[in-house]
Design a protein around this ligand. Structure first.
Ligand SMILES: Cc1cc2nc3c(=O)[nH]c(=O)nc-3n(C[C@H](O)[C@H](O)[C@H](O)COP(=O)(O)OP(=O)(O)OC[C@H]3O[C@@H](n4cnc5c(N)ncnc54)[C@H](O)[C@@H]3O)c2cc1C
Length: 380
């Protein structure tokens, strides 16, 4: 058992951290106000290999492990968890394309996805089905030339912004085995978008409904086999959950680092507030919480990399634990800034807002508990 990061892993973390410091952090507040992330950011990230972090090297990706990828998301989230999490969604889609796309489809779509000339969105949730995702109603009906899609996807990160959408749609009967995954490219007739969702956090990311009205795609746009789309979608989510947890961890760490500095400067009752033992204990508790979260996250990532039978359970446990730890720490950091923590200029309130949704998406934390409990009961 070796808990140390390799030299290469340290270099990956440092590279992502430096990129975030230089190219994301100075603009994060402005992008939040604008409600969008400039598209010219992505090719710069792709130059570092971040457009296909765990896409195989044979396909032109960086071929990193899931553990290595969590380091990237943790590091980037010091600058802005909203931007980092958005990148995670694209990576989840790029991996699905690499794993399950036909050679022709990959040749057509993957190169631009890897250089991030194009950006991908993941469309599973619908207005009537979120946690119970396998109850989705969007249909993809067979035609002579391919499939015609009809339905609505809700809460789609990158809706109206992305260049292609991986849409989970029903090609068969009710239940998970009747679902297939298809790629719908921007500009396809019948593809349209709802209005921009006004959100608590992740405000720099555009979120919209995606509407499919007699939207026809060629047969080649089917990922893998018909009826396997739900399985592909869930496989994507195991890694996605690690990434989201890493985003919580990095941003909470940034809040803690800022709080440590602030507490040395802020005076109350004639001394810096870091001299109150009650507050020192809170600092210690936050440090313990984040170190525990980091270790747990990396263990779960290691399990996914090694394909252990309990990898899905560990990804779910880590997602639940780390996202809750991250939010708790960020909220404490706001508190320790006093009134200034509530002001946008100090940056901590944005972290609190951005991290809250990590307990809801990529499977709510209740669903994470469901996954864990099911495994426990089955193994009894
Ligand atoms: C900002 C944002 C971005 C998103 N981006 C995307 C995206 O890009 N692509 C995408 O497909 N989706 C996306 N989502 C959707 C997200 O994944 C869903 O919101 C989430 O899965 C929860 O579904 P729901 O909102 O329908 O809640 P519901 O499923 O209606 O759940 C409501 C409450 O009931 C609880 N609950 C439900 N079932 C159970 C159960 N069996 N046991 C215990 N508790 C239960 C839930 O945990 C929750 O607390 C995004 C959401 C947000 C807010």
């Amino acid at each position: 058992m070796d808990f140390a990061m390799t030299e290469e892993q340290t270099a990956i973390f440092d590279m992502a951290k430096a990129f975030g410091d230089d190219h994301i952090a100075p603009h994060a507040t402005e992008w939040e106000k604008q409600g969008t992330i400039p598209k010219d950011l992505w090719p710069k990230l792709a130059e570092l290999g971040f457009g296909g972090l765990y896409v195989s090297e044979d396909s032109g990706g960086a071929g990193l492990s899931r553990l290595d990828a969590t380091l990237v998301f943790e590091a980037l989230s010091h600058a802005c968890p909203s931007v980092a999490a958005f990148l995670s969604i694209h990576n989840m889609c790029a991996k699905m394309l690499d794993n399950f796309g036909s050679d022709d489809l990959k040749a057509r779509l993957l190169p631009d996805a890897l250089t991030m000339q194009t950006f991908f969105s993941y469309c599973l949730t619908e207005p009537g089905s979120g946690s119970d995702a396998a109850a989705l109603k969007t249909r993809a009906d067979r035609t002579n030339a391919g499939y015609t899609l009809n339905g609505t996807k809700a809460f789609i990160s990158g809706g109206g912004y992305s260049d292609a959408y991986i849409v989970m749609a029903r090609t068969g009967d009710a239940g998970p085995k009747g679902i297939s995954a298809l790629i719908v490219e921007d500009g396809t007739p019948g593809l349209s978008f709802g209005g921009l969702e006004d959100k608590m956090g992740w405000r720099s990311q555009p979120t919209r409904q995606v509407q499919l009205d007699d939207c026809s795609v060629p047969t080649e746009n089917l990922l893998g086999d018909e009826g396997h789309g739900f399985r592909y979608a869930m496989m994507g989510l195991d890694g996605g959950r690690l990434n989201i947890a890493a985003c919580s961890l990095g941003a909470a760490q940034a809040a803690l680092t800022a709080t440590l500095a602030y507490m040395g400067e802020r005076q109350a009752f004639g001394k810096p507030i870091d001299q109150f033992q009650a507050l020192q204990f809170r600092l210690a508790d936050m440090e313990i919480e984040l170190q525990a979260a980091r270790t747990f996250l990396r263990q779960a990532a290691w399990k996914l990399d090694h394909g252990t039978p309990d990898a899905t359970q560990f990804c779910a446990m880590a997602k639940k634990f780390v996202t809750e730890a991250g939010s708790k720490v960020a909220d404490q950091c706001l508190q320790l800034h006093g009134g200034y923590g509530y002001l946008a200029d100090y940056g901590v309130e944005k972290i609190v807002r951005d991290l809250r949704v990590h307990q809801i998406l990529e499977g709510t934390n209740e669903i994470m508990r469901l996954i864990v409990a099911r495994q426990m009961l089955a193994a009894r």
